[in-house]
Design a protein around this ligand. Sequence first.
Ligand SMILES: [Zn+2]
Length: 442
Amino acid sequence: MLIIGNGTVITNDPEHPIIEDGGIMIRDGIIQELGPTHELKQRYPQASFIEAKNKVVMPGMLNSHMHFYSSFALGMDLKTSPPKHFTQILEKLWWRLDKVLQEEDIYYSALVAIIDGIKNGTTTILDHHAGPGAIPGSLDQIARACTELGIRASLAYEVSDRDGEKVAEQGIMENVRFFDRCQKEQNPLLASSFGLHASFTLSDKTLDRCLEAIGTREIGFHIHTAEGKADREASLEKHGVPVVKRLDNWGVWNDLSLAIHGVHIDEEEMEILRERSTPVIHNPESNMGNAVGRAPVLKMLGKGLLVGMGTDGYTTDMFEGIKVANLLHKHGEADPSVAWGEVQEMAFTNNIEIMERQFDQKIGVIAPGNRGDVIVLDYTPRTPITAENFYMHILMGISGRMVETVLVDGRVILENRELVGIDETKIFRKARERAERVWKEI
Ligand SMILES: [Zn+2]
């Protein structure tokens, strides 16, 4: 049992958004009570205590699309001319990097990405893994990293045809095997979905085979959806319909599925996703970096689609992501009045709904009965934090590196910026060694 006390609590609960000098009592992984700190301390004298005086306490950040394996791309020499468009970015960078990953590379690239995420206050991540050279058991390596560090994660392997039938089949079986493992274990911190790379790297035959392998399992799909223009063009050319419509024939869109990006989808496709209750995941920095275009997420939100947010491996910091999304859409629309409520809705309302579907648990709001996923930040506001303006403080005042303490399921995994029970120096040294090996191979 523990109490976090004396802080300014941003609950993200519309009923009581702010509690001054608030105390949170967590037991058995669940937030049990909120109230004045001194009262909670009196009632539960045996509870351990986390002091949050002059600090902000809020729910852990949620990242709805990530690639842990992208860690080793930082500073990597492509040894070729720079990619000129998105397909070349895949060919010259990602498909060369992921091909040479071995088991230990997968494990260490996940560890360092997750550590960075934790240090930026992220408590739940939906990951999308690729590594055609070492598929069987790869999701177990990532799960091992997640479990050792103590975060909540849902994992998937990106099935694609790009390395032939045998490799595609390995990807299919890895998703199914890991889904069955999660069903069996019922670990509240671990979930899975069925990963697909993207429509343009998947034949009809492979999609048939995915459905055959899935059988009666109730599973969501995690897939890049019309990220670049080439995905839409390939679908129109080969199949006569755009991406969302094509994949609808295989029942890819359900309420557990994740349509990542949706940069190049039309209104009819938006309607399909809305009808199927499939969330779209927006990754602003990634879209800008890859120059794929600005996803029409404001339009999607206006149409009632559930749009969440992730980082797509571009960063691990969701605080950074909301800052960029806020600017991207104001700039893109040439209208400073847009993207205030919309970005808040994506990151702090819709991401919760998306995560609750994945894990079947209540997270993202500090309220009794919810899982104890809580962060404490060293943030001294220069203006008052109120029920009306707390999001402005999150957007304009707070940054990820202010995070001091992180709890997931009531367990302290970061304390005063130090990982609890983890030798971080050793992990990063080992990661650099593995990265050097990977760089030599590409
Ligand atoms: Zn991605």
